[in-house]
Design a protein around this ligand. Structure first.
Ligand code: MN
Length: 673
């Protein structure tokens, strides 16, 4: 049984694995939480119960390569006469090999849903279908009668034809209402060929209408909000490089069709030296027919997103600049809440919720309002769950803006004069990468705010690989950009970035004196202020005891993450003093972390696993005794020890006995720069 995700249900774009934050701290022994390969732990938030569901009852989606899935209990359940619960889980499959270069580094892969017992599935379906039918009937009756209160002639104004039009529209044509496009069998070969051009299903995109319909995925509370009449107007800036015709024009049409005309000044298409013929004269002729002024600016040579956006922004005439990617679809009501927030506070830089348009089927899937932007030690942008403090600040109202530490980069609106005031983009950055974190840090540190407007939804085609070329080499470009932002904005915390990716320090980052002068002129706050006030749940700890290797006194070897991923055991290897995989930070919160993973032990004498840090102590709390050199795992009251005979590569827990194998040196690493 396979449910596709319902747009109003929390989709899981959370992280690549167990939601450890849902687990919280449990006391050892009182609750035997074990991670085993074939049982999936799920925390039932409502009943406060921990459950284990056999993996084989879960249906994995196509392409999901990992047995570990993120599962969220949606709260939907039905209890049957025999007392068995019918539950609906929403899970994400972890695809762990995202290329660093893709603009969709974080990305989602897909959803799978599952129910505990197959037989119950059928009941679930019946219940859901019946309730859906009743909802539709209700809606119809409501519309019919409310409309006819105002009508003079009941017969003429019957809503039946209108309703029928809406209904038929949802069933007509490929991709309508955001549905997945099904490519006929005989075209599959050709489809695979075409996929390579843009790294998304070009055939599916070309099959759909340029103005296809989409579901209204907003929270109910958003649909009734009223915005002021005198909102600031906006120019839309879209940079493209060899974009497909259908995705580019679908972006343009969705902007035109779903934005109030008086708020839309113009659309600026900035061509970053595309080579495709149809993007030349044919495009120019086409946009002349549109009802909104569309201008095309051409870069003389490949300049990258950052400089192309700067060119576009300089040519805008609207009060607000709205940046979009070239493969987006705006949904109903997307623009007003963005502009309304800027009207309220011109220093608010606002992002919509980024919905997911599948690169395989172009299915439209609602993004979550429960995630916000962060970053890891390697300065990769990542989505993390919105912490409780932010929910509390908004008093639980999910329709209010979420203050986000960073933005994904592709889609946002900013007051035009404020964009200039705060220093636009760093023109010393090349092509793509790092500019989103740079502007995020700058906005927060220099007195602005960065927010996700949860009532605004824009879809984006997330890809697994980049179709773009990076003149100069991808790694070089991104490392250079990241160095520039680390040097200018991160103060001493740049060490986390440099130590975990030691090769970076050899990359030339050019001259940043102009950006440092900007920071001075704007009197921006230090990075420690940002960590303390804006991002206390950051992967980079605000306060820490050490940042470097953890060396065993007996064997003189070091704890090493071996390049492994979360849910895997931490390793043990000869110390090399080069940082990278042997860098761990012992934090003031008594975690031992490497990037966004924490050492975690969940049973007596257990192996040490790397799990997402949950900031809730529990199984992730170690107490370092600087005199005895021991690392005590508080929950189990055992000490970190060198690997056992059976498993020579994995540090383990043993009863504390004062031996040298339980002594560890936490050394700060120094950078040779
Ligand atoms: Mn994109």
């Amino acid at each position: 049984m396979h449910y596709s995700i319902h747009p109003s249900i929390h989709p899981c774009i959370l992280y690549n694995s167990y939601p450890s934050w849902l687990w919280g701290p449990w006391s050892f022994g009182a609750h035997k939480a074990e991670y085993t390969l074939n049982r999936l732990p799920v925390y039932h938030a409502h009943n406060r119960a921990h459950l284990h569901i056999p993996i084989h009852t879960l249906q994995t989606i196509k392409g999901c390569q990992s047995a570990y899935n993120t599962c969220l209990w949606t709260g939907e359940e039905t209890r049957w006469d025999d007392g068995v619960l019918c539950v609906l889980l929403h899970c994400c499959c972890a695809r762990t090999t995202w290329p660093l270069i893709s603009p969709s580094i974080w990305s989602h892969t897909g959803f799978l849903t599952s129910v505990g017992l197959m037989r119950r599935f059928v009941y679930c379906k019946v219940v859901l279908t019946t309730s859906l039918v009743w909802v539709l009937v209700d809606v119809f009756l409501l519309l019919y009668f409310s409309e006819c209160n105002k009508c003079d002639n009941r017969k003429e104004h019957s809503l039946l034809p209108a309703l029928r039009a809406v209904m038929s529209r949802t069933h007509e044509g490929p991709g309508e209402m955001g549905k997945a496009v099904i490519v006929p069998k005989e075209d599959q070969e050709k489809m695979k060929e075409l996929f390579k051009i843009n790294q998304f299903n070009l055939m599916a995109s070309d099959m759909m209408a340029l103005n296809r319909s989409l579901p209204d995925v907003r929270l109910d509370g958003c649909k009734t909000k009223v915005y002021p009449d005198d909102l600031p107007n906006t120019s839309i800036v879209i940079v493209f490089h060899n974009e497909a015709w259908s995705t580019l024009l679908r972006t343009v049409h969705s902007v035109i069709n779903r934005s109030p005309k008086h708020l839309l000044v113009e659309i600026l298409l900035v061509d970053d030296a595309s080579e495709r013929d149809f993007l030349k004269k044919k495009l120019e002729d086409y946009v002349k027919t549109l009802e909104v002024p569309v201008r095309i600016l051409r870069m003389e040579q490949r300049s990258g997103l950052i400089r192309a956006r700067l060119r576009g922004a300089a040519a805008t005439r609207g009060q607000v600049i709205t940046f979009l990617d070239a493969h987006c679809e705006c949904t109903v009501g997307w623009l007003e809440p963005l502009l309304a927030r800027i009207k309220e506070d011109r220093k608010a830089v606002v992002c919509p919720i980024i919905d997911v348009i599948s690169d395989e089927t172009f299915e439209y899937m609602a993004g979550s309002d429960m995630t916000y932007g962060g970053f890891n030690w390697k300065l990769n942008f990542r989505w993390y769950p919105v912490p409780q403090r932010e929910m509390d600040r908004r008093k639980g109202d999910r329709t209010l803006p979420v203050r986000t530490p960073t933005m994904a980069g592709g889609l946002f609106s900013i007051d035009r004069t404020y964009f200039e005031e705060i220093g636009t983009y760093d023109p010393g950055m090349d092509i793509w990468g790092g500019e989103n974190l740079e502007i995020s840090f700058r906005i927060w540190q220099c007195g602005g705010s960065l927010e996700i407007i949860t009532c605004s939804h824009v879809g984006h085609v997330f890809r697994k690989a980049t179709p773009y070329s990076f003149p100069g080499g991808t790694g070089q470009v991104i490392n250079k950009n990241n160095r520039r932002l680390a040097e200018v904005w991160m103060d001493e915390f740049k060490d986390f970035f440099y130590i975990i990716s030691p090769g970076v320090v050899r990359v030339d980052y050019g001259d940043v004196s102009a950006r440092k002068a900007l920071r001075e002129a704007l009197q921006c706050k230090p990075f420690s202020w940002y960590l303390e006030n804006i991002y206390p749940d950051s992967q980079i700890p605000r306060r820490y005891y050490s940042l470097g290797e953890i060396r065993n006194v007996e064997t003189n070897q070091c704890v090493d993450n071996m390049g492994r991923k979360e849910n895997e055991k931490v390793g043990f290897f000869n110390c090399h003093g080069m940082g990278g995989n042997q860098v761990f930070s012992y934090t003031a919160d008594k975690e031992i972390r490497t990037d966004d993973l924490c050492l975690d032990v969940s049973r007596l004498n257990g192996p040490v696993i790397m799990l997402k840090c949950h900031h809730m102590k529990g199984n992730q709390m170690f107490e370092y005794d600087a005199e005895r050199l021991t690392l005590l795992h508080v929950n189990s009251n055992q000490c970190l020890d060198m690997p056992s005979e059976e498993d020579k590569m994995v540090p383990t827990l043993r009863d504390c006995n004062g031996s040298r194998s339980q002594q560890w040196l936490l050394r700060n690493m120094t950078l040779s720069m």
